[in-house]
Design a protein around this ligand. Structure first.
Ligand SMILES: Nc1ncnc2c1ncn2[C@@H]1O[C@H](COP(=O)(O)OP(=O)(O)OP(=O)(O)O)[C@@H](O)[C@H]1O
Ligand SMILES: C[C@@](O)(CCO)CC(=O)[O-]
Ligand SMILES: [Mg+2]
Length: 392
């Protein structure tokens, strides 16, 4: 008989300013978007034959299902599993190596080999939080995976939320607004965020923590050196997102920027400091109250200029791509400003949509971008973070 189900959903994000530089201590500004990764979890009774059962994960976006006997997981993680659910800690290099061996036996198809990082994060979070309790998780996302919209953070946050709720380590709150999705107390969200950060470390190598923070807490935030503040945006920020569909990997891009910084420490310190100033200025402009068309336009022009400057500095860091440049050139024809978002190297590009932009210009811009084989879509910016509901 199956036990109770636990479902959590966590949003993706856009970074308005400061990606990469934030890994090196600069400020950055990010906001949640209304595209979610859903994780659901059922705990299962231990199997009668071997008394141990299995842990299964069904990754719907890839059409692949993986399963490991709990006895096999015990060989990898030993007695540590499940012991420190309230004290999130990093995965050791021995555990990473043992998981890599375990995953080699799965024969993941070459064109989906990037999944190994996500599976390692899953196994680490599962065993750290639930030990060797048999269970079945299903993960499904609205987000393009590995495209700069924080799919790895939404994966780690939604899984951590569902696992911690199943372990009884956090107490989900019923939705107060009649919807099915409730949330968690702030201190419970802190615990989810810390576990999700451990998952991000496995996927990204050296994450700043901005993506998991905005996915957990939602809203629009200014983030710097692990601390963040909520930004109260008094006017809606409208963005067009273009997915160039060029695959890339955040871990490799973050490592590439660090290598460039070690080759050119002074020049890169200046670039990072310039990005910090851009993020600081952008965060204060976002909060400015603008209540007539003139003030709103002036505010949007400043935001656009700062985004354009940030894009130039991302090029300096070596994380642009010819597909990104094609989007920039196309939108510039219509006087619109764009920048890459997330790790770059392909993935998604943001275009600021001014409040007074006519629908016909927006439609023409979108059609021309899509004529290059890219996909455009609009999102709501600055919404809710992690949410929870009971059931299948
Ligand atoms: N729904 C999912 N199913 C399986 N694996 C996922 C899922 N979402 C994320 N992942 C894991 O996260 C990896 C993508 O993370 P990566 O950090 O490279 O990109 P991103 O988070 O989408 O972009 P960015 O970090 O720039 O915002 C995938 O290769 C996979 O291992
Ligand atoms: C590239 C990066 O700055 C943002 C990825 O969304 C990495 C990070 O901050 O962890
Ligand atoms: Mg990521």
């Amino acid at each position: 008989m199956e036990e109770e189900g636990f479902r959590a959903r966590a949003p993706g994000k856009i970074i308005l300013a400061g990606e990469h530089a934030v890994v090196h201590g600069s400020a950055a500004v990010a906001a949640a978007i209304d595209l979610y990764t859903h994780s659901s979890l059922h705990l299962l009774p231990a199997s009668e034959e071997d008394g141990a059962g299995a842990v299964e994960v069904d990754l719907r976006d890839t059409g692949l299902v993986f399963s490991w006997p709990c006895t096999r997981l015990r060989e990898v993680f030993g007695d540590r599993a499940g012991a420190a659910v309230n004290a999130p800690g990093p995965c050791s290099s021995d555990e990473l190596a043992a998981m890599a061996k375990l995953l080699e036996q799965e024969h993941i198809p070459d064109d989906k080999i990037w999944l190994a990082a996500g599976l390692s994060a899953f196994l680490y979070l599962y065993t750290s939080i639930l030990g060797y309790t048999p269970g079945k998780a299903v993960v499904k996302s609205d987000l393009p995976l590995g495209a700069g919209l924080g799919s790895s953070a939404a994966f780690s946050v939604s899984l951590s939320g569902a696992l911690l709720a199943a372990a009884g380590a956090v107490r989900p709150q019923a939705a107060g607004d009649g919807t099915e999705w409730g949330s968690f107390h702030k201190e419970d969200l802190e615990l989810v965020n810390q576990w999700a950060f451990q998952g991000e470390k496995i996927i990204h190598g050296k994450p700043s923590g901005i993506d998991n923070a905005v996915s957990t807490f939602g809203s629009m935030i200014k983030f710097k050196k692990g601390e963040f503040t909520n930004l109260k945006s008094s006017n809606p920020v409208k963005m067009l997102i273009t997915d160039t569909k060029v695959g890339r990997n955040t871990k490799a891009l973050v490592a590439g920027v660090s290598e460039r910084a070690s080759r050119h420490p002074d020049a890169m310190a200046s670039v990072i400091s310039a990005v910090n100033s851009i993020s600081e200025e952008l965060s204060s402009i976002v909060e400015l109250a603008a209540d007539d068309e003139v003030a709103i336009t002036a505010k949007e022009e400043k935001l656009a200029e700062l985004m354009e400057m940030n894009q130039g500095l991302l090029q300096c860091m070596g994380v642009s791509h010819c597909a990104i440049e094609t989007v920039l050139r196309t939108t510039l024809k219509y006087n619109l400003v764009s920048k890459l978002t997330g790790a770059g190297g392909g993935g998604c590009v943001l275009t600021l949509i001014p409040t007074l932009l006519s629908n016909s210009v927006l439609e023409k811009t979108t059609a021309e971008i899509e004529s290059h084989g890219f996909r455009c879509f609009q999102v709501e910016v600055g919404g809710r973070g992690l949410q929870f509901c009971r059931g299948g």
